[in-house]
Design a protein around this ligand. Structure first.
Ligand SMILES: [Ca+2]
Ligand SMILES: [Ca+2]
Ligand SMILES: [Ca+2]
Length: 240
């Protein structure tokens, strides 16, 4: 009887832990569309202009190569403004924010995403998020050397730059709840000297169909734990 009570308690604890069981939607192994043909935005007079691409002042989103214009810590409430960028940049970016499924420009198809890239240049990624019943509480945990700008389905969400190092969890960006179907997560990665680096984990609760509509489903790891607890319960009963 004591043994049975122990396994029942274990089962209850596992069940209570379920809502926290977010699924990893994107990590370093996830393929995305990739663009390494953007060059260095700092070499473009419009993209390097702090008045239009840098909080309307001295903080540049895309500082000069090799820290020649400083190494700022800054976050950016407004998206980069591409409207006056040179033709080389706009043609390379293609329609990545409006038609991310087929962006054109210098985008590749789905491929592995390099964790580093040519120093001083900018690169961009489009990840495709698919779900049958929706995704809840989607969160991106980002580390980057030096800067990152984030859009969800073409809507700007977040941007920041800092001195070097890509530390996992450097930026935690909430992306909210996503409806069923296909969504696109767009990243622009920026660098201005030393080295370039990247770390990304996107997590969320994968919804499944339920009596009243879409409901949370426990993450696979939690289901495995539950299965093991149930197996243990059966074993204890047989032994008695
Ligand atoms: Ca750059
Ligand atoms: Ca960093
Ligand atoms: Ca750097």
């Amino acid at each position: 009887m004591m043994k049975l009570a122990f396994f029942s308690a274990a089962l209850a604890v596992t069940a209570m832990a379920m809502p926290a069981g977010a699924t990893v939607l994107v990590n370093s192994a996830t393929q995305g569309l990739y663009n390494s043909g953007l060059g260095d935005f700092a070499a473009d007079p419009w993209m390097n202009n702090a008045a239009v691409n840098g909080n309307g002042g001295a903080e540049r989103m895309f500082p000069g190569a090799n820290v020649s214009q400083g190494d700022p810590v800054a976050s950016f409430a407004s998206a980069p403004n591409f409207s006056g960028a040179g033709a080389g940049i706009t043609s390379a970016l293609g329609d990545w924010l409006t038609t991310p499924g087929a962006p054109g420009g210098s985008w590749t198809g789905l491929q592995a995403i390099p964790a580093s890239w040519t120093v001083n240049t900018e690169t961009a990624i489009i990840y495709v998020l698919n779900s049958s019943f929706g995704l809840d509480d989607v969160v991106a945990s980002i580390g980057v050397d030096n800067g990152v700008f984030v859009w969800l389905d073409g809507t700007y969400v977040f941007g920041a730059t800092a001195p070097g190092r890509a530390v996992a969890g450097e930026y935690i960006v909430g992306l909210g709840d996503l409806s069923a179907g296909t969504h696109y997560l767009q990243f622009l990665r920026a660098d201005h000297g030393g080295a370039a680096g990247w770390s990304l984990s996107v997590t969320g609760d994968v919804l499944t169909s339920g009596p009243g509509g879409a409901t949370d489903v426990p993450a696979p790891a939690t289901l495995a734990t539950l299965g093991a607890a149930l197996a243990g319960l059966g074993f204890a009963r047989r032994r008695r």
